[in-house]
Design a protein around this ligand. Structure first.
Ligand code: PMP
Length: 412
């Protein structure tokens, strides 16, 4: 291991400091982690996390499904299962994806331990040190942690209110190619982006896929929020346009509950075979118990009605956040998402969201600084505000507190 690798991987107080693999260098606690521990105190309004509001899911529905599974299939539920996932659940996943225009074969679905693990498996299959992953800037922080742990470089392409900008994507691809590096995939969150809150228009989905195809770049479409729209559905998934060049990731974390840790990848046939082998090597099989309970829930409960309930809850909270921002912080700009969990805020130029966070926590409000979502240290002027978990009243309170902090910084 190189000196640089060992320095990145640990510190002198760790007796195993010089033993870590180089790839462990990317696994560092973020600078704001300690602050977030403070921010989890009940008196702090946290607009920082991305926790789904699972209290909106009636527990009886889950208890009923668990009960049936244990009575009727207890021995299967408690046993190891297929490395690809429970066949009946894979069929049901097709119905979920059909809501976003996807037609597929259950044989090409691989159930994973949340979509997070699908991100890990795809990265393991494709990324060598020095490879490039292109993603939106900003992008989902914990996907970038994975890409970096495989020693890939993340190249950001800017977005506007309609999502990733195709022209900018073309330019980036040309530039990376000219530098002699290999682009392994385009990682994109087209609907209700984490953290930007924007949605890629249909026209751009078509164009971006075409750019990827022309350049023989695989598209990794991460879509945890697509069904959580407010006024109108997001455009159909990119995967609805092409089954050969897209690996699509879905999850039950936001439409049901993250505690099950069940997500999936829908992949072109050859990639699917490798994904199953990688899944088996990593976890043997995803949780049989979780999969069977979800399968039973999908079979017997009004799961579409439940998704509607979640939409209503998050829509009300988003409205509370947008109206509080307009009332208390009109000097800022922000995205106004039509779904998902997040609002992306841009601060006046002389403010630095990371430097301001300790003062915000002192005022009993927390947010995630924009720098967390860029691989290149950009984002000082941005913050991500989550509206998924706090009540509308607490969201208003949090934004009022934030206004006090920002006014103080600006000397108003
Ligand atoms: N992708 C994105 C964009 C996310 O926001 C999240 C969760 N915050 C995930 C993937 C992972 O979700 P899970 O593993 O719970 O399916």
């Amino acid at each position: 291991m190189t000196e640089q690798g060992s320095l990145q991987a640990g510190n002198n107080l760790d007796p195993w400091y010089s033993h870590y693999a180089e790839r462990a260098g990317g696994l560092r606690a973020s600078e704001v982690r300690a602050l977030f521990a403070v921010a989890s105190r009940p008196e702090v309004v946290s607009l920082a996390g991305g926790m789904p509001f699972v209290a909106a899911l009636p527990q009886d529905l889950v208890i009923g499904a668990m009960d049936t599974v244990m009575r009727e299939q207890g021995a299967v539920a408690l046993q190891y299962g297929s490395g690809q996932g429970v066949p009946e659940l894979r069929e049901q996943i097709l119905e979920v994806m059909a809501l976003e225009g996807i037609t597929a074969n259950a044989d090409d679905v691989v159930v994973t331990t949340g979509s997070q693990h699908a991100l890990e498996l795809v990265s393991k299959l494709f990324l060598d040190p020095g490879d490039v992953v292109i993603s939106e800037g900003p992008s989902y922080v914990t996907a970038m942690v994975i890409f970096k742990s495989y020693q890939a470089e993340v190249e950001h392409v800017p977005m506007d209110e309609h999502g990733l900008i195709p022209e900018a994507l073309r330019e980036h691809i040309a530039r990376v190619k000219a530098s002699g590096k290999t682009i392994k995939f385009l990682y994109t969150i087209p609907s209700f982006h984490n953290p930007a809150g924007v949605t890629l228009s249909w026209e751009r989905r078509v164009e971006i896929l075409q750019i990827a195809q022309e350049n023989e770049i695989l598209v990794l479409e991460d879509n945890p929020y697509g069904l959580l729209y407010f006024d109108r559905p997001a455009p159909d998934a990119i995967r609805s346009l092409d089954e050969d060049g897209v690996v699509y990731l879905g999850t039950f974390s936001k439409t049901l509950a993250p505690g099950f840790r069940v997500g999936w990848a829908l992949a072109p046939h050859a990639i699917r075979e490798k994904l199953v082998l990688a899944n088996e090597a990593a976890v043997l099989s995803p949780s049989s118990f979780s999969q069977l309970v979800i399968s039973e829930y999908l079979k017997t409960a009004d799961w579409k009605g439940q998704i509607n309930t979640f939409r209503g809850v998050y829509h009300e909270r988003k409205n509370a956040m947008i109206s509080a921002l307009g009332e208390y912080l009109p000097e800022l700009t922000w995205t106004n998402p039509n779904g998902g969990f997040y609002v992306w805020v841009t601060l006046p130029e002389r403010l630095d969201s990371k430097a301001m966070l300790p003062r915000a926590v002192k005022e009993l409000v927390a947010y995630t600084p924009g720098t967390a979502f860029f691989a290149d240290g950009d984002g000082h002027q941005n913050m991500r505000l989550s509206f998924c978990y706090p009540t509308p009243e607490n969201i208003r309170l949090g934004i009022r507190r934030l206004a006090t902090v920002i006014r103080g910084e600006l000397d108003l």
